[in-house]
Design a protein around this ligand. Structure first.
Ligand code: DQA
Length: 148
């Protein structure tokens, strides 16, 4: 099984960026934890970050046939990107939406996710553990099942 972790804009700043909201772990720290757990579960992971919407769209498109599940922290694009939503819907690779923070307990504009309706489900509010929970959830996602 192969899982593609995609991280959107400003997540490269984790550790320094609003630590009261996002914690002190860097994205590299999170990747290390994800890789450790993936190894113990016997799954392969690829872990990427981009500040560019188009690059994230390209990676989602390229996931078809190469990955079983996408775990996506689309960051601010969660709330704005029709392009990411369309890419997920077009490609049909089961996608799990994740967030470090509980977006539903934050500003009104963060409470709306444009990608949620085309994802299998959402994990939000568990800090870096959201990534580990998504990894564990990925194992049980059935590729042939439509969730929406
Ligand atoms: C985030 C939540 C988003 O609203 C925000 O724009 C981010 C990070 C999270 O992981 O909590 O950049 O996706």
């Amino acid at each position: 099984m192969k899982i593609l972790f995609l991280n959107g804009p400003n997540l490269n700043l984790l550790g320094k960026r609003e630590p009261d909201v996002y914690g002190h772990a860097t994205l590299a720290d999170i990747e290390t934890e994800v890789r450790k757990r993936a190894k113990s579960l016997g799954v392969k992971v690829d872990f990427r970050q981009s500040n560019l919407e188009g690059e994230l769209v390209d990676w989602i498109q390229e996931a078809k046939g190469n990955f079983d599940v996408i775990v996506l922290n689309a960051a601010a694009y969660t709330h704005t990107s029709v392009a990411l939503r369309d890419a997920i819907a077009a490609v049909g690779v089961p996608t799990i939406e994740i967030h470090l923070s509980n977006i539903h307990a934050r500003e009104k504009f963060r409470q709306k996710s444009l990608i949620a309706p085309v994802c299998c489900g959402q994990i939000a509010g568990f800090g870096q553990n959201s990534y580990i929970l998504a990894l564990e959830a990925s194992i049980n996602v059935k590729v042939d099942k439509k969730y929406h």
